[in-house]
Design a binder for this molecule. Structure first.
Ligand code: MIC
Ligand code: SF4
Length: 644
């Protein structure tokens, strides 16, 4: 076959059609125009506050959305205040507002708004879920999303495109979750860094959009920028089921297109898998951990809360009951899913089996309810089992497929789902699409009279000043590898309620690792030292913004996770990469350091002088020209304010 020189893989095609600046050369910074954005009630309030601070009159994207799904507990005024702010600001600035009860942002967005070939930028790391709809769907910090809402491009280094060829078909009771976990087993929690995973191959013919969504969702756990599937007959089927045929267009890699690397997975070789405590990358076969008694089983989250997932769970539980010692919580991913479960009688089957039906929201996934007992074993269908994420620091979280979760709930112990017989579920040709909980924005004419509601929980974003020429300060914390944003700023209902209030939330920085850190950091400019993959996990910009508010000036690490590094730059914190990672040992908590910052430029070597020991450590400022300007200015808000 002769391959045209211009044969492009699907990712490159979408990048090319949205390229606002730069060239498609790996590692070089490119700007992408953004079609759609999303944020939610844990990131959207700060994104919108920053959108206001930037002075944008109205969103300039094709569609921007705010979802109410993370902070749904109302045990004080804080979350209700935030929701009132988000609803009124959305109305004024031209965003669609999805009310509490409508569902988890990624599930609802996939069902309702995702379109093949679009770019979607979301203030949530699992925005990658949209890749199931052939979208280039990327997670970012709220400030990047605010800037994209204002009509500016989103910048990132041109990724490597890793082709993931899928052959064969999934065996009995082996699910998309097992494939997502297999990819994690192969790549680990950092193997996807700098890459986009593009799926192709004969196995896609049997992998529904819902299954693709589970895989795209968990791709971020490998550190990848995102994942993408082609738009094919199954995509059309998913859209047609929801009356959205008009949004379909077929999309795939050109014949003969190549990738920067390829991995092949034969689905027939997979076994049921589990991510064991305390990392999504700690993957083992379920048969190896079989028999471990479970205290809690939680089914839901943006990874596994689709209609197919929950119908399958209901079919397994039907006519049986869970043992007394097990607590089973089930949270449908969207109102559409919940309604259909109710219509089919599946909700009755779940209740009869002893399940607790939770609100249609993130809930247990990020510690908003259902914290397990001390040292409790919790089997979950979600995507992250970082220490403390459940709300119980000693909780032992295992991530599994819905089928493994359901059979284990019935047995009271981790059980291989292959011992179940075949399951039959019926997914209707047409599903009710009801947008009554999605509030449209005010028209341009009406927008002027919309008053934004600002309760006492809404504080303006702090402003920062430019970096000094010589930076001197103390190492306030020295950490190891794979520190997550959950470690830096824990999730959980109590802390999540403060996302619109930086002074209040800054008190919880490193709360589960060292609660004395904020007091030390407040004394003056300071440093954090860490190992590889610092800042993995969520997109929460508060994990950079709040430390900056406390005085953090630079992080010195062996390497950074992509979103976190971008967030550091956005708030004027220097991300410095150790040229020799072993030299991390030279920088300990309490050491006083001095850095000459007079020559900041991309890839500059910055020497860190340890004033306590006299040792000098070389670091690299591996950021773009654009980011250097931002950091120098004291962050993006300060930089853009200076331009206007
Ligand atoms: C998560 O799953 O960790 C979250 C909570 O959805 C975060 C968003 C946040 O912390 O604001 C994410 O994935 O980005
Ligand atoms: Fe919500 Fe959990 Fe998904 Fe984050 S991972 S968006 S908390 S369901």
């Amino acid at each position: 076959m002769t391959v045209p020189m211009t044969a492009l893989n699907l990712t490159r095609k979408i990048i090319q059609s949205h390229l606002a600046s730069g060239q498609m050369e790996i590692g070089q910074e490119i700007g992408l125009s953004i079609d759609q954005t999303l944020a939610h009630d844990a990131t959207g309030q700060m994104a919108l506050l920053q959108f206001e601070a930037l002075g944008f009159p109205r969103v300039a994207t094709q569609r921007s959305l705010i979802y109410t799904d993370h902070n749904i507990l109302q045990v004080g005024y804080e979350n209700a205040d935030d929701h009132a702010y988000l609803a009124s600001a959305s109305k004024k600035f031209g965003l669609w507002f999805s009310k509490a009860g409508n569902g988890i942002c990624h599930q609802v967005n996939l069902e309702t708004f995702s379109r093949p070939g679009d770019t979607l930028l979301g203030a949530d790391s699992h925005t990658t879920t949209g890749g199931a709809m052939a979208e280039l769907a990327i997670g970012a910090g709220g400030l990047d999303v605010a800037v994209a809402m204002g009509g500016y491009p989103f910048y990132l280094p041109m990724p490597e495109i890793l082709g993931v060829e899928l052959t064969g078909s999934l065996g009995h009771m082996i699910r998309a979750k097992d494939l997502a976990l297999e990819i994690l087993r192969l790549l680990g929690v950092a193997g996807g860094r700098g890459k986009i995973l593009e799926f192709y191959g004969p196995a896609l013919a049997n992998l529904t959009v819902t299954e693709r969504a589970t895989i795209a969702n968990m791709s971020i756990e490998t550190g990848a920028i995102t994942a993408i599937f082609p738009a094919d007959d199954l995509t059309l089927k998913f859209l047609a089921q929801r009356g959205r045929e008009a949004d379909f267009k077929p999309l795939a890699a050109d014949p003969g297109a190549t990738y920067d690397g390829v991995i092949s997975i034969d689905l027939a070789t997979l076994a049921p898998l589990a991510a064991c405590p305390h990392s999504p990358g700690n993957v083992k076969k379920v048969e190896r951990i079989q028999g471990l008694p479970v205290d809690q089983v939680a089914i839901g989250s943006c990874t596994n809360s689709s209609l197919e997932d929950l119908l399958s769970v209901a079919a397994i539980l039907k006519g049986k009951t869970i043992p007394a010692q097990v607590s089973l919580a089930i949270a449908p991913g969207s109102r559409q899913v919940f309604l259909e479960l109710a219509r089919q009688g599946a909700v009755a089957d779940l209740i009869a089996a002893g399940a607790r039906i939770m609100e249609v929201a993130c809930g247990f996934c990020n510690g908003v309810g259902q914290a397990p007992k001390t040292k409790g074993v919790s089997l979950r269908t979600s995507n992250r089992n970082f220490p403390g994420r459940s709300g119980t620091p000693s909780g032992e979280l295992y991530l599994v497929s819905p089928e493994t979760a359901a059979i284990s709930a019935l047995r009271g112990q981790i059980t291989d789902p292959r011992e179940l017989g075949p399951i039959v579920i019926s997914v209707p040709e047409k599903l009710a699409t009801d947008l009554s909980l999605v509030i449209p924005p005010a028209s341009l004419e009406e927008a002027g009279s919309v008053v934004i509601e600002r309760g006492p929980n809404i504080a303006p974003p702090p402003s920062f000043t430019a970096l000094p020429k010589v930076l001197t300060g103390e190492v306030n914390l020295a950490l190891g590898d794979n520190i997550t944003t959950d470690d830096i700023l824990p999730a959980g209902a109590h802390i999540l309620a403060l996302r619109a209030n930086i002074p209040a939330i800054s008190k919880y920085i490193f709360h589960n690792i060292d609660p004395t850190y904020p007091e030390r950091q407040k004394k003056g400019p300071g440093f954090v030292v860490a190992g590889f993959n610092y800042g993995q996990g969520s997109s929460r910009e508060h994990a950079a913004l709040a430390p900056r508010y406390l005085g953090l000036a630079a992080v010195i690490a062996a390497s950074f996770a992509r979103i976190y590094k971008a967030n550091l730059c956005n708030f004027g914190i220097l991300p410095l990469e150790l040229i020799d990672p072993a030299e991390r040992e030279q920088l300990a908590q309490g050491h006083k350091l001095s850095l000459d910052l007079s020559q900041l430029r991309p890839n500059a070597t910055i020497i860190v002088k340890n004033l306590a020991t006299g040792v000098e450590v070389a670091t690299k400022l591996a950021i773009s020209e654009r980011q250097v300007k931002t950091v120098k200015a004291g962050g993006l808000l300060a930089e853009m304010a200076a331009k206007n």
